[in-house]
Design a protein around this ligand. Structure first.
Ligand code: NDP
Length: 321
């Protein structure tokens, strides 16, 4: 029996682990069977995380957070959670390998998953020219023509990064103004390899084995044109990963886990949520890290307020708050 189990290994999960471990709660952190570190493992330069005046590579930042969490005694398991039983005093976490872990508190910090366009051939062509990760796949598009879909910071970042490899990068956006921050916009506008296609939506992906082109519809007049290209990067945002808690935790209208005010408290006592999974608005590494702090402190206070008999029954030592 654990005092605390943290699910997720992004900035929220690791920061919760650092705080919980330093409070002698001996946290168990469930990372992922694929790769620990979350979405920042797929980014390049992070320029806006405080403390790194020259910027830091996303994976380097996440490995540093992991090392910091482990330094204070966090135990990390690389597996996926397949089932969560959150009601009652003792929470049960079932992993992909069949192991079941129990804890008095849970920090749910599963982040968000990339959105899809919903096109017929999107999944089939994934890995064959369709990608959600420029840093993972950009290298395959040396001297090619490619496109990025989206008008947010992610799309601008991906487009700029991809010009390192590709000869030409179209940015396809469904409106005539961008959602991205001014800095990111200016950088993309100044890049001679980037051409913007405004008021356009991708309607088709062409190609048998590999992408050879796309069909693009103008949303103002409905006309469709074909673009010959070999890569399509989709950067249209992300949705919170909540499938494990459907029917247990209350969700907001935006689909994030509902928390009580500025706290991390969910509708179930002892269950706390943090990071992108509760945040439809800011979704920054540093806000996620702050949110992880809140969750660890909330869990610590919850444990400290539990009757001694409960802690004794659970065979855990009282928390030292
Ligand atoms: P956003 O939600 O900010 O932007 C998504 C973009 O994709 C919007 O322009 C949206 O269009 C468009 N879009 C959504 N659905 C579709 C669809 N079905 N078809 C076509 N276009 C679609 O997501 P991001 O991933 O860009 O950013 C998420 C958060 O992460 C933001 O807070 C951002 O600031 C942050 N971020 C920060 C970075 C940095 O500072 N270095 C880097 C990357 C992300 P519309 O505008 O019409 O809604």
């Amino acid at each position: 029996m654990r005092q605390i189990i943290i699910i997720g290994s992004g900035p929220a999960g690791y920061t919760a682990a650092i705080y919980a471990a330093r409070a002698n709660l001996s946290p168990l952190l469930i990372a992922s069977s694929v790769e620990a570190g979350g979405e920042l493992m797929k980014t390049t330069e992070v320029e806006n995380y405080p403390g790194f005046a020259e910027g830091i590579q996303g994976p380097e930042l996440m490995l540093a957070m992991q090392a910091q969490a482990e330094r204070f005694g966090t135990e990390i398991v690389l597996d996926d959670v397949v089932k969560l039983e959150l009601e009652g005093e003792v929470k049960r976490v079932t992993l992909g390998n069949g192991d079941v872990h129990e804890a008095l508190t849970i920090v749910f910090a599963t982040g968000s998953a990339y959105r899809k366009l919903g096109l017929e051939d999107e999944d089939r062509m994934s890995g064959h020219g369709v990608s959600w990760c420029a840093t993972c796949d950009g290298f395959f598009f040396r001297q090619k023509t490619i496109a990025v879909v989206g008008g947010g910071d992610s799309a601008m970042e991906e487009a700029n990064f991809l010009t390192k490899f590709a000869d030409k990068v179209y940015v396809i956006h469904r409106k005539d103004t961008l959602r991205a921050s001014k800095t990111m916009q200016d950088r993309a506008f100044a890049n001679p390899k980037i051409e913007f296609l405004w008021n356009k939506e991708v309607a088709h992906i062409y190609g048998d084995e590999l992408v050879t082109g796309i069909g693009v519809v103008d949303v103002t007049d409905g006309t469709e044109t074909t673009l010959d290209l070999s890569g399509l990067f989709i950067a249209i945002g992300a949705d919170p990963r909540t499938h494990l808690v459907h029917g247990q935790l209350t969700l907001t209208a935006e689909g994030t886990v509902a928390v009580d005010g500025r706290s991390s408290r969910t509708n179930i006592p002892g269950v706390f949520a943090a990071g992108d999974v509760i945040d439809p608005t800011y979704r920054q590494a540093v806000t996620a890290a702050g949110s992880g702090t809140v969750a660890a402190l909330d869990a610590e206070h919850y444990l400290a307020a539990l009757p001694k008999e409960v802690l004794a029954r659970a065979e855990v030592q009282p928390a030292t708050v």
